[in-house]
Design a protein around this ligand. Structure first.
Ligand code: GAL
Length: 332
């Protein structure tokens, strides 16, 4: 099913495509390639809004695809083949975040194709977009699979060497509770990236063992005694390079243990963000209020600030190459 969702300030129409397969139903917007709502057996498992204006005014990237480069780039400084570029400084005027103020999450993607269970969207990001060199063409396909998963498949090509690091920024809450602190999370990472006060990786790659970042055996998001003040807004190091095949990255279970979601991805990193500071001033899906920890993000991507970190994997895409990323959110 496809319908109009609203009109952007530039006069273009945002369309909403509803996909259905088995127990899953996904509403996808052309704006930001946003998963507006994802239902499993009729229950919403992501955060979102009912109207376009709330997305324009208040969305902390709910369900959006962020790019050209997800996460932060320190000082918005990019050097490619010895040439320096200044990227849009949309993070407190000091750093570059999620591709800039008009990044992929704030663009109206072109609807290329759709059927009952899948949709293909395309975005052309011009040479110089948000400060980045090269024209990038991105393709994104969402598919609801017969096995109860939402599959996200993204590819991109470029006319000049530029960083590309896309991610799906859905906020999950599997049981509709006020916060996800009693959800149990497992992450298949034995290392994570400590950050500085601006949330930018320091460059150190630290073992999770004996830290509050050890999710290898599964633990609740609720901080343990003595862990007050621990922030979850970090990249977990799954592996050291992107892969061709999907690998298990994480599992999330609701408080009662009755719903489980697994994240499988080709990406080497997973950013955990549990939205401690969330305080959305307008109602969300079905009139819900979203406060602290209302949902959490599990953003599969290449390690953040890769353009400035010599020890991290390359995030540059060159002409003739194809960037490729697949992530599946599997429900049971
Ligand atoms: C996350 C990021 C957070 C915050 C959030 C959007 O991906 O790690 O620091 O910027 O997006 O509110």
């Amino acid at each position: 099913m496809i319908q109009d969702f609203g009109v952007l300030p530039d006069g273009t129409t945002v369309r909403e495509i509803t996909l259905k397969k088995g127990p899953l139903e996904a509403s996808v917007l052309t704006y930001g390639a946003i998963i507006r709502d994802l239902k499993v057996d009729g229950q919403s498992v992501t955060l979102g809004f009912e109207d376009l204006q709330s997305y324009l005014d208040h969305s902390p990237y709910f369900g959006a695809v962020v790019g050209r480069c997800a996460n932060r780039i320190a000082g918005g400084n990019l050097t490619v083949d010895g040439v320096g570029y200044q990227l849009d400084l949309n993070d407190n005027g000091r750093h570059h975040l999620h591709g800039g103020s008009l990044g992929f999450s704030a663009r109206n993607w072109q609807l290329e194709q759709h059927d009952k269970a899948s949709v293909l969207l395309k975005l052309v990001s011009e040479d110089g977009d948000m400060g980045y060199p090269g024209q990038v063409e991105a393709l994104l396909r969402y598919t609801l699979t017969g096995a109860g998963a939402l599959r996200v498949k993204m590819t991109a090509t470029t006319s000049a060497t530029t960083p590309v690091n896309l991610t799906q920024h859905a906020y999950f809450n599997l049981d509709g509770s006020a916060d996800i602190l009693d959800h149990t999370l497992e992450i298949a990472a034995d290392r994570y990236l400590p950050v500085d006060e601006a949330l930018i990786p320091t460059g150190e790659i630290r073992k999770v063992a004996w830290t509050p970042y050890d999710f290898q055996e599964g633990r609740k998001l609720r901080r343990k005694p003595g862990e007050q003040g621990v922030l979850y807004d970090h990249n977990f190091c799954l592996v050291d390079a992107p892969a061709q095949e999907l690998a298990f990255a994480a599992a999330l279970e609701d408080g009662a243990g009755s719903r489980r979601m697994e994240v499988w991805t080709t990406e080497p990193g997973l950013q955990l963000f549990d939205a401690e500071g969330m305080d959305v001033p307008v109602p969300g899906l079905a009139g819900k209020r979203y406060g602290a920890h209302a949902g959490l993000c599990l953003e599969a991507q290449r390690w953040p600030d890769g353009v400035n970190q010599k020890e991290f994997m390359d995030v540059l895409l060159r002409p003739g190459e194809t960037y490729s990323h697949a992530t599946e959110f599997r429900f049971s």
